[in-house]
Design a protein around this ligand. Structure first.
Ligand code: ATP
Ligand code: MG
Length: 356
């Protein structure tokens, strides 16, 4: 092993050489201060809590990284209770690093407005994906609906099980699993956005009595709709609503009034998805209906369990959908956009393996 310090006496004067480890030890604890500048390039959309823009983050020597910035609504940031709750939840969400979750890079304040800098998703959200199909009278292939849902499960499973450095559960629940908060990237990855922020929003909404703030009622679990405490099984219910919509094109709890939506959610009566799409396999209908059970104890108990059941459905008989399948499908669905399609599939590989 290289010693940390050595003296080189070969020259006219002795030279002290410091090993890398010693150098590193000297810098631990030192603060590296940077003033980050973001330039907002393009408005992406406005949602329940603010505005999302594509932006550039500048570093030294011409470094530029594309990010997304969500600027919180000014009226929200005037509400101190909301801000502290929002910051608390967003700080937890910032520790989530997973391939199926949109990563948060920074929480900041510029002038009086708070913002979140996050991974920029070059892609589309599930609401756009579903409406694209509706507009062309197409149905989403059931296997892809299963694949997308299974990826969301893996992101949820990771977040639900996060613990702090002392091993204590962080009890992270998304609370706003809905098509606009799920994105498909240009590489065919599926990512959940806006982890944790719904809790703060809901609190603020209750106080401000502002309907725009209440969130997406048709995707709420019965316990959310009745202001009961929520746990990860609430996210499984909301995911069930999204899964149902991917399979049938129907948002089952989207009714003319909020009261009607809530009454449907809490009634416990669920229509078999095969009444909208008869070719769906019974096993899939059973899985989605299990997610939508009124009583949380009757649903899949964890996102991991649901993910396993879906993956088992896709892969138990052999090769099933992958990130490449989804990217190829997206490329066909959006010929005007750049969806990455791998230059070759496994066919070439299997031929060469067989020949060798
Ligand atoms: N990181 C991101 N990269 C690219 N586009 C994004 C990103 N986050 C969100 N978007 C897009 O911006 C839209 C609006 O997002 P936003 O989160 O503000 O609204 P929302 O999801 O409708 O409401 P909510 O406040 O409940 O999350 C999304 O539907 C999505 O299409
Ligand atoms: Mg969102």
């Amino acid at each position: 092993m290289t010693p940390e310090y050595s003296v080189d006496n070969s020259g006219s004067k002795p030279v002290l050489k410091i090993g890398r480890a010693a150098l590193a030890a000297g810098i631990i604890g030192r603060e590296v201060s940077v003033h980050t500048v973001y330039k907002l390039k393009r408005l992406i959309a406005s949602g329940g809590m603010g505005t999302v823009c594509e932006a550039e983050q500048f570093g030294s020597d011409g470094f530029i990284k594309n990010v997304a910035i969500k600027l919180l609504l000014p009226e929200l940031t005037k509400n101190q209770e909301f801000v502290s709750m929002f910051m608390g939840e967003a700080k937890l969400a910032a520790c989530l690093v997973h391939q199926n979750i949109v990563q948060i890079y920074q929480l900041g304040k510029s002038d009086e407005s708070y913002f979140i800098a996050m991974e920029y998703i070059d892609g589309i959200d599930l609401e756009q994906f579903i409406s694209r199909h509706a507009a062309s009278g197409r149905k989403i292939p059931p296997e892809l609906a299963v694949y997308i849902t299974s990826r969301i499960c893996r992101g949820l499973e990771y977040a639900h099980n996060r613990r702090d450095e002392n091993g204590e559960r962080l009890d992270i629940v998304h609370r706003d699993i809905s098509p606009r908060n799920i994105m498909i990237t240009s590489e065919g990855e599926v990512k959940i956005a806006d982890f944790g922020v719904a809790k703060a929003r809901r609190k603020a909404a209750a106080r401000m009595r502002d309907n725009i703030m209440v969130g997406k009622i048709p995707y709420m679990s019965p316990e959310q709709a009745t202001y009961e405490p929520t746990d990860p099984r609430s996210d499984i219910f909301s995911l069930g609503v999204v899964f149902y919509e991917l399979l049938t094109g129907v948002s089952i709890f989207d009714k003319p009034t909020e009261e009607q939506s809530i009454s449907e959610i809490t009634s416990g009566v669920r229509r078999d998805p095969r009444s909208y799409r008869s070719e769906l396999p019974q096993s899939i209908a059973e899985i989605v209906l299990c997610c939508l059970e009124l009583n949380a104890a009757a649903r899949f108990q964890t996102a991991g369990e649901l993910g396993y059941v879906l993956e088992n459905h896709m892969y138990s008989k052999g090769y099933g959908p992958t990130i490449i399948t989804l990217a190829q499908y997206m490329a066909k669905l959006y010929p005007d956009r750049k969806f990455y399609v791998a230059p070759s599939r496994g066919d070439n590989l299997s031929v060469s393996v067989l020949r060798s």
